[in-house]
Design a binder for this molecule. Structure first.
Ligand code: AMP
Ligand code: ZN
Length: 510
């Protein structure tokens, strides 16, 4: 086996090997915590989670850093208009991000770190750049001198010679010596939070955050750096410049960039207003596991067009996989085994693994599993499936799910656990305000308490459903079909569908 990835830096597919030993040192740019992240952001985070899980699957150890940008123009602007101190304001969205991550089964990185906890490291890095002649102060701010770093533009591969030194860009609020120069430290402005430093009071620029935090936890040169493709320029280009100018060493070996989630041909983004948060979709009755599946289903270097139809299909695909697993564990098969079927499961395993090794081709990995599920179901229907064949199929499914992480039906339990669903009622507590509820299309103006009627998510806990199903089975054994039908009808009303199979009663939420 060999793992291969497309490297933005070299524009080539390269074989992957960690720089040192068996540990992969990886940095992925996290969210700016000024609002709820949207599912475009989560497309990138799900891609990075699949990457992380596949690296682990292939036996590597991980040292993975995710940052939280908790100081920038947006966080400052919003905290001020909310009249809340910056830290308290961003805390709310850090917590929301943590809940969303768990709903989407994003594994915990080894380090989840906040920019404002690393001001000292940023100041030291800026100081080192000034000492080495790569940075200069101007009117209380500090800038990176792009002209002093000859490798500038290596990631983007854009020709910057046309940008005239000394040219002023209208939107520039700061006094730069060269239009290409970018800010490392911003002078304090009236009413904004600031930190005292040797070059005056102020706050960090966005790019320096990621250089300082990545090098603190991963060293001056590390294996992988990743983000959405909108971060290539200027964010990652600037990170390379700052880091390499300060250390004189290569910063990152492999740069991985995910393509966007798009809506009607446009990038999903806050500024265009064409976005859904995870909670918006939950409020519309969609399951986090279906959202994860949808976001993971298209290979990360291809744009993914978001539609509700696609989301609906994702849910159906998961149901097919879960039903197959249910048959594998519950149905009775004749004794013995069939080598051809076991080989079929093994072949599917090798195919999905090879697909992921090949620059994380998730679509092919899914295809391999669905082919196996189709053949397995056919063999079961034709009574060719044997008791001893279960293991090979379950093994392939379980391995596949170590990476895709969608097979366990625990959405409902998690929504209850995180307080997003009020147990025993049909209300979902989303923590959204009236404006957000309205934009999610689930509430009329005037509902401000964060509760809304969302029947699709269901009103019963898993335990309550199991109890009713047991009661129905008992009624049927006694021949009390009236009671049995009554239970089925009331479950249906609560959004739970029953299916009686030879292996027992199977249920799912609508
Ligand atoms: P931000 O919170 O804006 O700093 O973005 C966090 C991550 O989400 C970055 O890696 C972005 O590149 C990524 N991102 C933003 N919009 C989209 C989108 N529509 N599709 C995929 N990734 C996105
Ligand atoms: Zn970053």
């Amino acid at each position: 086996m060999s793992l291969r990835f497309y490297n933005t830096l070299t524009r080539q597919v390269e074989e992957f090997k960690p720089l040192e030993g068996n540990t992969v040192r990886m940095y992925t740019c996290g969210p700016t915590v000024y609002d709820y992240a949207h599912i475009g952001n989560y497309r990138t985070f799900v891609f990075q989670d699949v990457l992380r899980r596949h690296l682990k699957y292939r036996g590597f150890q991980l040292r993975h850093v995710v940052n939280l940008t908790d100081v920038d123009d947006n966080t400052i602007r919003n905290s001020r208009s909310a009249g809340v101190p910056l830290r308290a304001y961003t805390d709310k969205y850090v917590e929301a991000f943590q809940i969303d991550r768990q709903l989407l089964n994003l594994e915990d990185p080894e380090f989840l770190v906040r920019a404002t906890d690393h001001i000292e490291e940023m100041v030291k890095l800026i100081q080192a750049l000034m000492d080495r002649g790569y940075a200069y102060a101007s009117e209380g701010s500090v800038y990176f001198k792009v002209g002093a770093f000859p490798h500038y533009g290596q990631l983007t591969q854009i020709d910057l010679t046309g940008v005239r030194a000394g040219a002023r860009v209208d939107t520039d609020k700061y006094d730069k010596a060269d239009a290409r120069d970018f800010v490392l430290w911003k002078a304090a402005k009236e009413g904004e939070p600031f930190w005292e430093t040797p070059f005056g009071p102020g706050r960090p620029g966005w790019h320096i955050e990621c250089s300082a935090m990545s090098m603190k936890y991963l060293g001056e040169t590390f294996d992988i750096h990743s983000g959405g493709s909108d971060l290539i320029f200027p964010h990652h280009e600037n990170e390379i410049a700052q880091s390499e100018a300060a250390t004189g060493k290569p910063f990152v070996k492999l740069w991985l960039h995910g393509e966007h989630l798009i809506v009607n041909g446009e990038k999903m983004s806050k500024s265009l207003g064409n976005f859904y948060t995870l909670r918006d979709l939950i409020a519309k009755g969609y399951k986090p596991s279906a959202i994860r599946y949808l976001l993971a289903s298209v290979p990360y270097r291809k744009p993914l067009n978001f539609t509700f139809d696609g989301l609906h299909q994702a849910q159906q695909s998961i149901d097919r996989l879960r039903n197959f697993r249910f048959r594998l564990t519950k149905e009775n098969f004749p004794p013995g085994d069939s080598p051809a079927l076991k080989a079929r499961a093994q072949e599917a395993r090798e195919k999905f693994e090879a697909a992921l090794d090949d620059n994380l081709n998730t679509a092919e990995a899914l295809g391999a599993i669905f082919d196996m599920v189709r053949d397995g179901n056919t063999a079961m229907d034709r009574r060719e499936f044997r008791d001893g064949d279960r293991g090979a199929f379950l093994d392939t499914l379980e391995r596949w799910d170590r990476i895709f992480a969608v097979l366990d039906d625990n959405d409902h339990a998690k929504l209850v656990k995180f307080g997003l669903l009020k147990e025993g009622t049909s209300s979902v507590k989303l923590g959204l305000d009236a404006r957000e509820l309205k934009s999610a299309g689930v509430a009329e103006e005037g509902i401000g308490n964060g509760y809304t009627q969302v029947l699709q998510v269901g009103t019963l806990s898993d335990e309550e459903i199991e109890k009713l199903i047991a009661e129905r089975a008992a009624a049927r054994r006694k021949g009390d079909y009236a009671r049995s039908d009554e239970i089925r009808a009331s479950l249906l009303q609560a959004g739970v569908i029953l299916e009686d199979t030879k292996a027992g009663t199977r249920w799912k939420r609508k």
